[in-house]
Design a protein around this ligand. Structure first.
Ligand code: XBP
Ligand code: MG
Length: 254
């Protein structure tokens, strides 16, 4: 059987948003607030181990800025910084544009034609998801996804399974009827703990993560003329792109 629904992570999976999107927006928010906090590309890779922007800012201060004298309203400061960061990120997505990763549009189109349901399970803030879908995919793309599970809608972010459980409950589907797409170890821990078969598309930040338990690990989903490379797992012979036939075989092998 082909899956009844495809559940997509956003950051790193639909588009490479972290290095040139979120990271830049965090730095803009810090500079605007007069803080000398700068997250360079390697440091941001380390900070990504903590999911959620507000949680990441707090972790950075605790772990790297022993010198920083926290104001009394430190919790509120984090909320304000994060709101500014979201404003910068959505502006960046609208102005600079962050392209979709290979094969994302092709697979979404194929799923929609076949009546396979679509949903999003992400840690990022919902405004960021709306902006990315609108600008990178199509102005009406948010409507392609029956459920958009994002950000603080659940108490525990990835690697906890909560966001996947939230999405599955709203779709009224069992995990075994769905396939999840993730790019990171935290994402895989989350989808796996919810019992969803997972395909990983790695990126520069996540290439070295532990993807034990993923059904398939590829460099990207593949497109005509741009075959994907299988890094772990056994897809059907001659797989050059991840399509509904590949996903049907992965579910059958579960
Ligand atoms: C994404 C994240 C998010 C983004 C920033 O993880 O960890 O924190 O980096 O988003 P995943 P916010 O792809 O596993 O969902 O700043 O909006 O929290
Ligand atoms: Mg991700």
């Amino acid at each position: 059987m082909i899956p009844n629904a495809l559940l997509f992570d956003v950051d790193g999976t639909l588009a490479d948003t972290e290095r040139d999107g979120h990271r830049v927006a965090f730095n803009q928010a810090f500079a605007e607030a007069g803080l000398d906090w700068v997250w360079d590309v390697p440091l941001y890779g380390v900070l990504l181990a903590v999911t959620g922007g507000k949680e990441r800012i707090r972790h950075y201060v605790e772990r790297y800025r022993a010198d920083y004298r926290r104001p009394k309203d430190f919790d509120d400061l984090i909320v304000r910084l994060h709101a500014a960061k979201t404003r910068h990120f959505t502006t960046l997505v609208a102005q600079a544009g962050l392209p979709l990763r290979p094969g994302v549009r092709r697979l979404l189109d194929q799923a929609r034609r076949a009546g396979v349901r679509l949903a999003i399970a992400t840690t990022t803030t919902s405004e960021n998801v709306s902006a990315l879908l609108h600008h990178a995919l199509a102005p009406d793309a948010a409507q392609w996804f029956e459920v958009i599970g994002a950000g603080d809608v659940v108490a525990a972010k990835k690697p906890a399974p909560d966001i996947y459980l939230y999405v599955l409950e709203r779709l009224r589907l069992a995990p075994g009827e769905c396939i999840a797409f993730e790019d990171s170890e935290n994402g895989l821990r989350s989808s796996q703990a919810a019992g969803v078969t997972t395909v990983i598309t790695v990126n520069d930040y996540t290439r070295t993560h532990d993807f034990q338990g993923a059904a398939l690990v590829v460099d990207h989903l593949g497109d005509p003329g741009l075959p994907c490379r299988v890094l772990a797992g056994t897809p059907p012979n001659g797989t050059v792109m991840i399509d509904l036939a590949t996903l049907r075989d992965l579910l059958a092998a579960r």
